[in-house]
Design a protein around this ligand. Structure first.
Ligand SMILES: O=C[C@H](O)COP(=O)(O)O
Length: 246
């Protein structure tokens, strides 16, 4: 599959971090790029402060439901009005903290696509599954729930992020070979839905990506960019990572 057909994407997931001054810093110092799609996903409450941004914005989660009596949630319509083009769904921290199932994650991805935005759908295995060499089986099930819900023509508009849970925030990055092996597995699964789907879907790697390891990871044939946590909290590190994807 020709990697050149897919534009690299680097998304920064601030998680529950940041403040107005960090927003100002990003608006001032992080430049958008022709070669790489750059996305910043701050906590929802900060989205409207990014009025000067030259890069894209994303939300960290969304409800699968329409506007109505759902306390604490944000709909796709609201996220869109706040200027987002992307939405992360199914991050392992949401799957764990809020018991989100793969079926619910698929519902959210469908709502995002139907609303005209791009979901970044996260998949990835915990340490015990990796130690048992069952990561493909585990991720295969997460993907099946997605493929069952999303028609092929919409699936090709998704972004998938592979985030081994044991690498998130631990400083322990998957080796480029480990990342490539799983990314290739994901692309092969997408190819079962359709070869054009597999060709179009961008697959990001996430888990302790830093300026020092980004190039090696992004150079793998099936790695189309990254989903960055800790290192997306400073403009210097995040800019350097974005440049590595170019
Ligand atoms: O969404 C981002 C990931 O969970 C990666 O986080 P990290 O770069 O801090 O390991």
């Amino acid at each position: 599959m020709n990697k050149e057909l897919r534009k690299p994407l680097v998304a920064g997931n601030w998680k529950m971090n940041g403040n107005r001054s960090l927003v100002q810093d990003f608006c001032k110092s992080l430049a958008g790029s022709e070669q790489v799609d750059i996305v910043v996903c701050p906590p929802c409450g900060y989205l409207s402060y990014f009025d000067q941004a030259s890069f894209a914005l994303g939300a960290q989660d969304v409800s699968h439901l329409n506007n109505g009596a759902h306390t604490g949630d944000h709909s796709v319509e609201m996220i869109k009005e706040l200027g987002c083009r992307y939405v992360i769904v199914g991050h392992s921290e949401r799957r764990e903290d809020h018991q989100e199932s793969s079926e619910l994650v698929a519902e959210k991805a469908l709502a995002v696509l139907t609303g005209g935005l791009t979901p970044i759908v996260c998949v990835g295995e915990p340490l015990d599954i990796r130690e048992d060499n069952k990561e493909q089986e585990f991720i295969g099930k997460q993907l099946t729930a997605l493929f069952d819900k999303i028609p092929a023509e919409l699936l090709s508009q998704c972004v998938i992020a592979y985030e081994p849970i044991w690498a998130i925030g631990t400083g322990k990055t998957a080796s480029p070979e480990q990342a490539q092996e799983v990314h290739k597995f994901i692309r092969d699964e997408l190819a079962k839905v359709g070869s054009s789907v597999a060709e179009k879907v961008r697959i990001l790697y996430g888990g302790s990506v830093k300026p020092s390891n980004a190039s090696e990871l992004f150079n793998q044939p099936d790695v189309d960019g990254g989903l960055i946590g800790g290192a997306s909290l400073t403009t210097e590190d995040f800019t350097a990572i974005c440049q590595s994807a170019n």
